[in-house]
Design a protein around this ligand. Structure first.
Ligand code: DAU
Length: 290
């Protein structure tokens, strides 16, 4: 399966932070935001990754992540000219996806918890049956997201984007899995009132065809969408607290690549040697010792 990280957008809601750089490069506690999405892909077993970003920031992404080989993945890059909508990712990524299935993650979403590996396993199984998958999470501020409209038996009827009425408490997160026909379906989408190709319109096509599975994240798993200054701070504080309490980093690419055998111990040692003296390096040295 191919993986796409959508890292464009105008970042207007995070202004003036995003005057300085791309939203998905700003720090979330001790790492750039993009580290967390790449680590989710590594945990899910995805090796072939496309990052879609703005022309302006492309050189910075390339400088930080290069071709991905340091972390045992292959990273390619494409440009989104302007924020024409999340579903445009499949049109921009058409030549990258080729005949494969594809997982899309929004660059400002962070996932943490035991569920992550299961979500990928479950989605691979669904894809074997030509079924797409989305991931939900119970939230209180439902009107900021795409929300699941469920029937009495919790069957997914439709997704409503930023509803005024409370259809359910289940927000649809920015992690999506599709069969190869997603490219064809994205081509058929028409721009919405806000002039975007909407991911929700695409998902509703799969729901109508009875080819969509919704997995709801467990209560103990965390999901952050860093759309506002508050949610960015919340995510940073959550990560700081977990890292401190469990002495375990979240989104540490070197560690996750080693643990998932994307790289071997020799490569890991090389990467550690190249780091400047800092607490991140000390943490990695401790892993070698362990
Ligand atoms: O985070 C989950 C939510 O993401 C879902 O619940 C919604 O259904 C979905 O529409 C989306 O809502 P947002 O309002 O959060 O989308 P936003 O426009 O903020 O874009 C999400 C990310 O994708 C953000 O990091 C910027 C990037 N993006 C967005 C657009 C529209 C792009 O790179 N290009 C784009 O054209």
């Amino acid at each position: 399966m191919k993986g796409i990280i959508l890292s464009g957008g105008s970042g207007s809601r995070l202004h003036p932070i995003t005057k300085a750089t791309s939203k998905q490069l700003i720090p979330v506690y001790d790492k750039p935001m993009i580290y967390y999405t790449i680590s989710t892909f590594i945990e899910g077993g995805i090796k072939d990754i496309l990052i879609i970003t703005n022309k302006e920031y492309l050189p910075i992404y390339k400088k930080i992540l290069k071709n991905g080989h340091d972390f045992g993945v292959k990273i390619s890059y494409e440009i989104q000219q302007k924020p024409n909508g999340i579903a445009e990712a499949f049109l921009i990524g058409k030549n990258f996806i080729k005949k494969d299935e594809v997982c899309l993650i929004l660059g400002d979403n962070i996932f943490y918890g035991q569920d992550i590996k299961f979500i990928f396993k479950n989605s691979y199984q669904n894809l074997n049956n030509n079924i797409a998958s989305i991931v939900g999470k119970e939230v209180s501020n439902f009107n900021m997201y795409g929300v699941a409209h469920l029937d009495k038996r919790n069957k997914l009827l439709k997704i409503i984007e930023k509803p005024k009425k409370k259809y359910s408490k289940i927000a649809i997160t920015g992690l999506y899995f599709y069969p190869n026909d997603v490219v064809h379906k994205a081509l058929s989408l028409k721009p919405s009132k806000r002039n975007e190709l909407e991911i929700t319109d695409l998902n509703n096509i799969y729901i109508k065809e009875k080819r969509m599975d919704l997995y709801v994240l467990k209560k103990e798993s965390a999901w952050f969408d860093m759309g506002t200054h508050e949610s960015l701070l919340e995510a940073s504080m959550y990560i700081a607290a977990i890292e401190k309490r469990q002495n375990q980093k979240i989104g540490c690419l070197e560690e996750i690549a080693l643990a998932n055998q994307f790289i071997g111990i020799k490569k890991f040692n090389q990467l550690v040697k190249m780091l400047p003296n800092c607490s991140y390096k000390d943490y990695l040295i401790n892993i070698i010792k362990k």
